[in-house]
Design a protein around this ligand. Structure first.
Ligand SMILES: NC(=O)C1=CN([C@@H]2O[C@H](COP(=O)(O)OP(=O)(O)OC[C@H]3O[C@@H](n4cnc5c(N)ncnc54)[C@H](O)[C@@H]3O)[C@@H](O)[C@H]2O)C=CC1
Ligand SMILES: O=C(CO)COP(=O)(O)O
Length: 343
């Protein structure tokens, strides 16, 4: 059996937490994986030092996951081609707006048996149609791509607070390999075949979390937030059934990637936090993102815009009142109280 050569594409808050888990597991299962994990790090200057050099000497991503030690077998590389050269397992974990450009640079440099897994929570949506990032990665790189998504606030995972996650993979053998790559006593993986549902949940829950944050910011309390979460879950499933047919399994919404991730994000995620501040201050969301997230990227407001463009092209915005209201509040200046009036 060939030993897998793993690389990670992405180095943010979740990318760094995943690097910790993956580095621990490639060392533990050194009969399955080459222990050394290459991580592509988008090079930045942090207090006069290159972030890659800090990671390779301090073994800590001081900007995106400060205070958490990374395994010494994780090596930060600023050049994406060098990072992915001859890799057989590619872990994509970067904000969804950067995926296409990075993939184009990777073309032709992977191992012949390369497979990918997308940990990205977003959708490649255009007015013409919607594409999962696993499909986008497969299209550009001509390799199979699975998905991982779950109730996984990165800071908590990195500090080994028990949680679960879901791998969606149609290939049984690869599903077992991804289980070995990610499963840990504090990060329990369940593998399902519905990689479409896994990704839809991860992307759409961020839109609902913006709604939950608006509710918090307006001081509406737990009952109102629960109503928004419930309606959000209904619209997530409806979106899947409407546009992805019977591929999306109802059972997937009961996995960590479904209801659990919706709950954790609506209770403690960044989308919620920034939306709460937006409701309280009225400051532009991009300003709040910069002020509150220290370079980390919001996904929910961007996904709300993408989903609205897609629904508008089909005259279906009224079929998804919560998704539409979140978009209108964020981008069209709709009165924020619409979050409980128009849904
Ligand atoms: N942070 C979290 O708790 C979780 C995040 N996710 C998802 O994982 C994905 C990655 O999120 P994070 O790792 O948290 O990233 P992040 O939100 O920390 O974003 C910052 C990352 O974006 C990179 N970046 C900035 N400009 C760039 C550019 N022009 N080109 C390429 N990269 C650039 C930065 O270098 C940094 O690695 C997202 O889809 C997110 O929704 C999933 C689970 C948990
Ligand atoms: O995906 C996440 C938790 O599973 C993190 O959500 P936020 O991007 O809202 O922080």
């Amino acid at each position: 059996m060939t030993v897998e050569n793993v690389c990670i594409i992405g180095s943010g808050n979740w990318g760094s937490a995943i690097a910790k888990i993956v580095g621990e597991n490639t060392a533990r299962h050194n009969n399955v994986f080459i222990p050394t994990v290459r991580q592509w790090v988008f090079e930045e200057n942090v207090n006069g030092e290159k972030l890659t050099e800090i990671i390779n000497t301090k073994h800590e991503n001081v900007k995106y996951l400060a205070g958490v030690s990374l395994p010494t077998n994780v090596v930060a590389i600023p050049d994406v081609v060098e990072a992915c050269q001859d890799a057989s397992l590619i872990v994509f974990v970067l904000p969804h707006q950067f995926v296409r450009g990075v993939c184009e640079k990777m073309k032709g440099h992977l191992a012949p048996n390369a497979r990918a897994i997308s940990l990205i929570k977003g959708l490649e949506i255009t007015p013409q149609g919607t594409r999962l990032f696993s499909e986008e990665i497969s299209r550009i790189l001509d390799i199979p791509c699975a998905a991982l998504s779950g109730a996984n606030i990165a800071d908590e995972v990195a500090r080994e607070k028990f949680c679960e996650s879901t791998v969606g993979c149609t290939n049984i053998a690869d599903g077992q390999i991804f289980h070995k790559l990610f499963d840990a006593p504090y990060f329990r993986i369940n593998v399902v075949q519905d990689h479409v549902g896994v990704q839809l949940c991860g992307a759409l829950k961020n839109v609902v979390a913006v709604g939950a944050g608006l509710s918090d910011g307006l001081g509406f309390g737990s009952n109102t937030k629960s109503a928004i979460v419930r309606r959000g879950l209904v619209e997530m499933r409806k979106f899947g059934q409407t546009f992805f047919g019977d591929v999306v399994q109802t059972e997937t919404f009961f996995e960590s990637c479904g209801v659990a991730d919706l709950l954790t994000t609506c209770m403690g995620g960044r989308n919620r936090k920034v939306a709460e501040a937006f409701a309280k201050t009225g400051k532009p969301i991009d300003v709040l993102e910069a002020e509150l997230l220290n370079g980390q990227k919001l996904q929910g407001t961007l996904t709300a815009k993408e989903v609205n463009e897609f629904l508008s092209a089909r005259n279906m915005v009224e079929d998804f009142p919560l998704f539409t209201t979140v978009y209108r509040i964020c981008y069209e200046g709709l009165d924020m109280h619409a979050i409980v009036r128009d849904i």
